[in-house]
Design a binder for this molecule. Structure first.
Ligand code: ZN
Length: 399
């Protein structure tokens, strides 16, 4: 069975790509670039590599449309994958082993080498069928998404090279779903990582000194945790809500103190906050500043990360790409479940520069295993995904 699958060209390409260990950190992307260059030649697509940052290639394969001056379609995927704990895997994570049930085990099988290959295989089918598209397609393969895309998409969208691509609509990664529905993402929450420093009166641990760092820290933690409780209640009260719909708050680090009988002069707490897309950023910051004031003197804070609000991509008649996408999905009887992405992807950078973007990985009936041990995708779902793109791509490219 595994042998039969490997005779399939699309599966063979997928396996070859999965076997390239483009794993964080310090990735050498040479083998990815070489592989994609060969794909471009086979598919008769233009091939360009942009290096906004040295050794961080952004690979773009282009299929020029019949109306090349029209805004183009960007099909994005990232080349990097997250680290593995190899001992916890049933098969080596870069072996792309196909088991007797037709599951391909590999890091990147869901997140997201599958989608990169599916774009290319769909294009192969369309070209073989003699299809010509109205708009130009750019298929981009970017580095370092898994470490925030700082040297990849985040910088690339501000370059003249990117502007020259004239992108009107983009597609990027979504997520697997164990059920029948395909999950579609049209927005992302904003990430705030905040460090709050509480300073106060130091002294002997046997006293009840006033104005201590610990009292202030307690006040602040209570406020954030109360808000966390409230958001948890909102999420649990409505089964239609998913984690992307609420603001999440987690205490992730605590620092301070010198020894157990010394009241420290400073204590620091770090929170990972993901602001729901409905939150007013200015009001939210005013609120936490108010808490700091209430907690007492000597509180400072800084952001390790503070994403600006990014407008969600419209899922209504004002967005012709969505209308075309939806019509093609309906034609195939795909059930879509539209959500806000719980984490962060490169889509936020694309949306930030005003380009509508949808996050979609065609993986239904698949457990969510991104970043997990034994990440796998079944061959059938992978191949079905190619068929789905052969309908979706022309739909959005002919808008
Ligand atoms: Zn990903």
């Amino acid at each position: 069975m595994a042998d039969d699958y490997q005779k399939n060209e699309a599966v063979a390409n997928f396996i070859e790509y999965l076997k390239i260990p483009s794993v964080q950190p310090n990735i050498n992307y040479d083998d990815c670039v070489k592989f994609l260059k060969r794909q471009a030649a086979e598919l008769d697509m233009e091939f360009r590599v942009y290096e906004v940052v040295k050794l961080k290639p952004i690979v773009v394969l282009t299929w020029v449309g019949q109306q090349p001056s029209e805004p183009t379609i960007l099909l994005n995927s990232h080349m990097d994958v997250v680290p593995v704990f190899e001992n916890s895997w049933t098969y080596p994570p870069f072996s792309a082993h196909i088991d007797e049930n037709g599951k391909i085990f590999a890091r990147g099988s869901q997140d997201m080498k599958c989608v990169g290959i599916q774009y290319l295989e769909a294009i192969r089918k369309l070209k073989a069928a003699g299809v010509q598209l109205k708009r130009t397609l750019h298929v981009s393969f970017v580095p370092d998404e898994e470490i925030g895309g700082v040297d990849g998409m985040k910088k690339f969208v501000h370059t003249q090279d990117f502007k020259n691509l004239n992108v009107g609509f983009a597609m990027d990664e979504g997520m697997a779903n164990p059920g029948e529905e395909f999950i579609l993402f049209n927005g992302e929450r904003s990430i705030w990582h905040i460090h709050i420093h509480c300073s106060g009166q130091p002294g002997h641990g046997s006293l009840l000194l006033p104005n201590t760092a610990g009292e202030k820290l307690r006040y602040i933690i209570d406020k954030f945790m109360d808000m966390r409780e409230e958001q948890k209640r909102i999420l649990e009260s409505d089964p239609k809500l998913t984690i992307g719909d609420v603001t999440t708050i987690n205490l992730t680090q605590l620092q301070g103190g010198v020894q157990s009988n010394v009241v420290p002069e400073k204590l620091t707490v770090v929170f990972d906050i993901r602001l729901a897309v409905t939150v007013d950023h200015e009001k939210f910051e005013e609120q936490i500043k108010q808490w700091f004031k209430e907690a007492g003197e000597g509180i400072t804070y800084e952001f390790e990360q503070k994403n600006d609000p990014v407008e969600c991509t419209k899922l209504d008649a004002t967005n012709p790409y969505w209308v075309a996408f939806k019509a093609a999905a309906d034609d195939m009887n795909l059930k879509l479940d539209c959500r806000i992405f719980p984490g962060g992807t490169d889509s936020r950078y694309v949306r930030k520069v005003g380009i509508p973007a949808l996050g979609f990985s065609p993986m239904n009936h698949t457990p969510v295993l991104l970043h997990d041990h034994d990440e796998f995708l079944s061959v059938d779902i992978f191949l079905k995904g190619i068929d789905i793109y052969t309908k979706l791509i022309p739909a959005v490219a002919n808008v």
